[in-house]
Ligand binder design. Structure first.
Ligand code: FAD
Length: 475
């Protein structure tokens, strides 16, 4: 199977697409209208590629018909949610059809008796908890992009986020999926069941499959009892070293698993504060930890956050602020959520990285990144889900560096970043995925035997290789 030999989209195919999804839901021959679907949120437009046509299906049957057509004529199809991805997963690198799931945006059922919810893939993640308000239930997924990303994209990337230390990542909550296979069959995987060993567990296989094994059309989520009390702590540390060294010990020595432990170095806080015109007290701090405790009673949460606050001070914290009301909490989390947006404004000459290491190695990773940044004189704000061992860094060209020097330097910087991560037993992505952005580096982190298993799976499910080709690995 040759991944690059796809057929072009012809006028006849466009007419067929119009018949399937409706004439007003196809965009063709209009570069301005197609351009937004040529990229995701990777700032570097070098990763972009224009689609030939955009189709906006409403039902699983629409998608199945598109997949049958794509197989018949060997046309590439790239599923797309909200396009907030950071690895190029939704970028149609072979052109063809972009299948945008935005019209499939309904929460179909809130099943309080089973503590479950069924939704279509185009539902914006934040809408789930808005819908659950007042039910005593909540969905624990909390990607920092929750106001813009969609549930389908969260499943496809197995999104993590700000509450994963206690609640885990998306895969913990997906019980069932309706999926259109790459060849256009509609299948039900799993369902409203907490336990199910009726055959192979294919639901987990779909989590993180980046739109290469199937297109999700209905998603059944497990809900949790909403915590009745929640408090955030903002702990300031003189140096990044003090802050990051405190992270593993908070859990291992305190015997408490907080909901969130986010690390933000001074550069990252400053970027987001400037962007939001916010005035967090970061000026004297080299880094800060943002911690959340939540639980069923105020007393329990109070006990936990006081113990954690004391631990932060004992670990060298210079100040610990307590945010126990919705306004202050939102102010702090808004800073955390906007770091990526703020950094993206520094221009397209930057690499966004999503490194993950065993939790106890997090300090070594952050200090190693600082050393690489100093050695190469590149701007590298670091932040992220430190309690999960997951750090984001952006390697950003300084304004005074020429584009030529930057392009010559970046591969070397990345090599050192990845070598450090691999030495610590880490991996190249904790939550943003591989897409086509990181695919060339997979071999440094996984074996050829593993890749061969993935390739045989892909070939069995997608014999014509039409669904999101060129992502994660080459065939
Ligand atoms: C500011 C910012 C903050 C972020 N914070 C986080 C974070 O905290 N945690 C985190 O995990 N990520 C984060 N991300 C990355 C991104 O938001 C997530 O990867 C998100 O899950 C992508 O969802 P989306 O709907 O935008 O998907 P898209 O970008 O549209 O697509 C992502 C992938 O999903 C596939 N896909 C989309 N819909 C379907 C479907 N219905 N069926 C099958 N495949 C599909 C696409 O083909 C693609 O491979 C952040 C991004 C930004 C810009």
């Amino acid at each position: 199977m040759n991944e690059s030999s796809f057929n072009p989209v012809t006028d006849t195919i466009v007419d067929e697409l119009r018949d399937i999804v409706g004439p007003s839901y196809v965009v063709y021959g209009d570069a301005d209208k197609l351009q937004p679907y040529s990229h995701d949120e990777i700032p570097d437009r070098h990763y972009a590629h224009m689609p030939d046509v955009l189709a906006r299906p409403r039902t699983a049957e629409d998608i199945a018909a598109v997949m049958k057509l794509a197989n018949r004529d060997r046309i590439a199809v790239t599923p797309r949610g909200a396009g907030s991805g950071l690895s190029g997963g939704a970028v149609p690198i072979h052109g063809g059809i972009v299948l945008l799931c935005d019209r499939m945006n309904e929460i179909l059922e809130v099943d309080e008796a089973n503590m479950m919810l069924v939704a279509e893939p185009g539902v914006v993640t934040a809408e789930i908890n808005e819908r659950l308000a007042g039910t005593g239930l909540f969905y624990a997924g909390y990607p920092m992009s929750l106001e813009t990303c969609s549930l389908g994209g969260n499943v496809a990337e197995n999104a993590g986020g700000g509450k994963a230390v206690k609640y885990g990542v998306t895969s913990r909550y997906v019980l069932g999926l309706e999926v259109v296979t790459p060849t256009g069959e509609i299948v039900q995987l799993g369902g409203k069941l907490i336990k199910d060993v009726t055959g192979y567990s294919l639901v987990p296989l779909m989590l993180g499959s980046e739109g290469t094994l199937g297109i999700f059309t209905k998603i059944t989520l497990k809900l949790s009892p909403a915590p009745r009390s929640s408090v955030d702590l903002l702990a300031l540390f003189k140096t990044a070293e003090d802050a990051i060294a405190a992270v593993p010990t908070i859990m291992t020595e305190g015997g408490i698993v907080p909901t969130a432990i986010e690390f933000i170095d001074r550069n990252a806080v400053k970027l987001a504060c400037d962007y939001l015109n916010e005035t967090l007290p970061y000026q004297d701090a080299g880094a800060m930890l943002l911690l959340t405790c939540d639980g069923p009673t105020t007393e329990q949460v109070e006990r936990e956050y006081e113990a954690i606050g004391e631990q932060c001070l004992a670990a060298g914290g210079i100040e610990v602020y307590v945010a126990d009301n919705a306004t202050t909490t939102e102010r702090i989390w808004s800073v955390r959520r906007n770091i990526a947006e703020a950094a993206a404004l520094l221009g397209e000459h930057q690499a966004n990285e999503d490194l993950v290491v065993p939790p106890a190695a997090i300090a070594e990773l952050v200090l190693g990144l600082e050393a690489i940044s100093r050695k190469h004189d590149v701007f590298m704000p670091a932040y992220g889900h430190a309690g999960d061992g997951n750090i984001h860094t952006r390697i950003i060209k300084r304004p005074e560096t020429s584009i030529e020097d930057w392009q010559a330097a970046l591969p070397g910087v990345l090599r050192e970043v990845y070598t450090l991560t691999a030495r610590l037993g880490g991996r190249i992505s904790g939550e943003h995925g591989i897409g086509h952005k990181r695919k060339a580096h997979m071999g440094q982190f996984v074996s050829e035997a593993y890749l061969d298993l993935c390739r045989s799976l892909k070939k069995a499910w997608d014999p014509n290789g039409v669904l999101n080709p060129g992502k994660i690995f080459d065939l």
